[in-house]
Design a protein around this ligand. Structure first.
Ligand SMILES: Cc1cc2nc3c(=O)[nH]c(=O)nc-3n(C[C@H](O)[C@H](O)[C@H](O)COP(=O)(O)O)c2cc1C
Length: 409
């Protein structure tokens, strides 16, 4: 086969990935009510591995089952699910595919249905999140250390199960991203203050994971280019974090942006020039790529093969991160390789009732895509005509059930 920008393998100190197409993390919400992985995940990742991606990143896996991004997240606290994790790793590593687990703690971005009192660096509530998220309390130093240890333990189990890497979720407003933000982190101890203080937690999480997995096991990071909110984590600070993580030995950098308060990672208001090049965070990559040694990925907005090829050929990045299109077309990489790919266009998912759509828009969007993953988990094909109103009902039932179960425990 003739090598092109997207099919040339990517080699670094810790890995060789067979092509430049990365399936970005998408929360599957397919675990049991006790957060154990199930067969559906195995079917889904077998399908994606068959589809030809070089690197699959799992949806965010929680390090504490009491702190979830949403009901149905997988949590890894100990080895109780090791047998199932091994099957999951095996399915996603078929066809010489790399399969990394994204590890996360949501901090304050834990819905009311999951947690009465979420934790965060400081007791700063989520702006506009009153109807869905409770006000957090500030973590104690002992609790911070406990979470750091949890990241290390989970990574150890991930490696033991046969996954080929881990990714630290430091983006999208979850706990690590909250520590990085001067708006969300108002601590005056060694975990807050200037950028060095605010990135202390991330650095400790990385060092703890490295200690558990050794030097040869890839550790990636997903980081915001910025939070895009007043008083939040800036582009300049993001570049500072990149340089530090690069020096510390990070193996792959994936760039995204935004959080629940301003979900830039899912598109929305983008400039005309950005629309033409599709990817939302390409300008950042052009500034930052040459400052670091680790391979660089940008995720968000890539749809056409031309935009992907142009981005790699520009030298601003090494891999293309793709989310939603993989939920609608799991065979995207093979189709690119064999020349049959037709651009997957994604549009915002709406019920058509404006006041409702305004209130639930990103949540509805995410749940609709998760339903496509659930279909593949059952061995079905994705259905681009899935009615959004049905998604809304699923959302209400899922959160209602989680709330009911939480009250009973
Ligand atoms: C259903 C869904 C779930 C997601 N879950 C995660 C997640 O668990 N971790 C993460 O880093 N990003 C998550 N994302 C964001 C994607 O990784 C990606 O950054 C975003 O969809 C933009 O890329 P795209 O335009 O190619 O879809 C999710 C996106 C979707 C649609």
């Amino acid at each position: 086969m003739e090598m092109s920008a997207l099919t040339t393998p990517l080699t670094s100190k810790t890995f060789t990935i067979k092509n430049r197409l990365l399936k970005a993390a998408m929360s599957e919400a397919l675990a049991t009510s006790q957060n154990n992985p199930i067969e559906a995940l195995i079917h889904l990742y077998r399908r994606w591995a068959q589809g030809g991606a070089g690197l699959l990143i799992s949806g965010n896996v929680m390090v504490d089952r009491k702190a979830l991004g949403e009901p149905g997240n997988v949590a890894i606290e100990d080895e109780q699910d090791l047998a199932m994790l091994k099957k999951w790793a095996n399915a996603g590593t078929q066809h010489d595919t790399h399969f990394w687990v994204q590890l996360n703690h949501p901090g304050k971005q834990t819905p009311k249905s999951v947690s009465k009192e979420p934790v965060a660096p400081s007791a700063v509530p989520l702006f506009g999140g009153g109807h869905a998220f409770n006000k957090p309390r500030a973590l104690t130093t002992d609790e911070i250390w406990d979470i750091i240890k949890r990241f290390g333990r989970a990574a150890h189990i991930v490696k033991k199960a046969g996954f080929t890497g881990v990714q630290i979720h430091a983006a999208h407003g979850y706990l690590i991203s909250q520590f990085l933000s001067p708006h969300h982190n108002q601590r005056t101890d060694e975990w807050g203050g200037d950028l060095n203080g605010r990135m202390h937690f991330l650095l400790k999480v990385y060092q703890e994971i490295r200690e558990h997995v050794g030097d040869d096991f890839p550790i990636g990071i997903k980081l915001n280019s910025a939070d895009f909110q007043r008083g939040g984590f800036t582009e300049e600070e993001s570049i500072g974090v990149l340089k530090t993580m690069d020096e510390a030995g990070i193996d792959l950098i994936e760039i995204s942006g935004g959080n629940y308060e301003n979900p830039k990672m899912l598109g929305g208001d983008v400039k005309k020039s950005t629309k033409e090049r599709e990817a939302y965070f390409l300008e950042y990559a052009e500034k930052a790529r040459h400052l670091v040694r680790a391979p660089f990925v940008v995720t968000g907005g890539f749809r056409s093969e031309k935009a992907m090829v142009d981005a790699i050929e520009s030298g601003a990045l090494d891999m293309i991160g793709i989310g939603k299109p993989f939920a609608l077309n799991p065979d995207l990489p093979n189709q690119i390789i064999n020349g049959s790919y037709e651009t997957v266009n994604t549009k915002p998912i709406k019920t058509g009732f404006k006041p409702l759509d305004k209130r639930v828009s990103s949540m509805l969007d995410l749940t609709w895509y998760e339903q496509q993953l659930a279909r593949m988990g059952k061995g079905k094909d994705p259905n681009p005509d899935l009615p959004p109103l049905r998604t809304l009902v699923t959302m209400i039932v899922t959160h209602g059930t989680a709330m009911f179960q939480k009250r009973r425990t």
